[in-house]
Design a protein around this ligand. Sequence first.
Ligand SMILES: [Fe+2]
Length: 127
Amino acid sequence: MDLYGTADWKTEKHVPVIEIADVIKAGEKTLVTVSVGKEIAHPNKTEHHISWIKLMFWPEDEKYPYQVGLVNFDAHGASIKGPDTSGVYSEPYAVFQLKTDKPGKLIATSYCNIHGFWKYEKEVKVE
Ligand SMILES: [Fe+2]
């Protein structure tokens, strides 16, 4: 059993989908969007939700990856009245701005409070 689940994001609602241009320009700011539920919505309830998304970048030929950022999603309907009573929900959607002059791969991970950790990777080419 693997720590991180992986699957096709089009059929598995937990996979954190990375969206970025196929080729980015060296040294220029680039937007990277990471979201869970792009094709199939993941539940967002007090008892079942996505807690966070993390993005890492691992340049080719380097020994260690870098953490780009971590976004927590903290509003899942709970209020002083109980679960799913606030009507306030943070959706699992994050936008990062990345600047690099190195090719490599982006690695996104996410955490569902009852279905564990999920991972997705995407190659980044630089021109
Ligand atoms: Fe889940």
